[in-house]
Design a binder for this molecule. Sequence first.
Ligand code: TZP
Ligand code: MG
Length: 223
Amino acid sequence: GLTTTRKEKVLSYFTNNIYGLTASKYSRGRDNITVVKAMLKAGVKIIQYREKKYTRKIMLKEAREIRKLTREYNALFIVNDYIDLAIMSEADGIHLGQDDWPVQDTRSIVGENMIIGVSTHAPAQAEEAIRNGADYLGIGPVFSTNTKEDVCDAVGTEYVKYAAENAEIPWVAIGGIKEHNMYHVCKNGARCIAMVTELTMADDIEKKAQSVLRTLEELAKNS
Ligand code: TZP
Ligand code: MG
């Protein structure tokens, strides 16, 4: 049958989509699996497993469970930080920060099929990530956020605009983005929005994600 290349796969998923991340610390006692299920039910098509405090054993168990669920919902599954966990859980992608392993070295380990995403906070970092073979970029933190420890200062919608005008690969805006301020992000060209606490802290995660997806659709139509 038809084979979808890595590049085509990324492009299709990073257009008009919400990129949902786990955060057990900010999920009001709900476990990561419950949170992911609610996001998937709502129609979120990219899930990142981001877990900073659990043991390897627990992370592997959760990542495999999320791998199963994301397959059922035709969603992309990305693992944050851990190359080994991404491989062991058969994730679609691995997400690297500026202080994680370099893209080229990561590629040599994960092979040609795995998507590699890189967090960037400035144009020079975006250019470097693209040069090194990243498949998508994280653009942010757009607004200030307390969700991430050692997060850099908010980069603002200026950097979103830069990405919209210059990025040669798909990208996702992240950091402090809520339903009420996503207008400013979309207005500057974002077509894929990452959210942590707007979803994980919601009373009803599924309802919130549905509402955010409707808002994104409206904003995309009018721009
Ligand atoms: N990378 C840059 S900002 C951030 C990450 C993982 C956290 C975003 O969380 P929130 O709750 O959507 O502001
Ligand atoms: Mg990292």
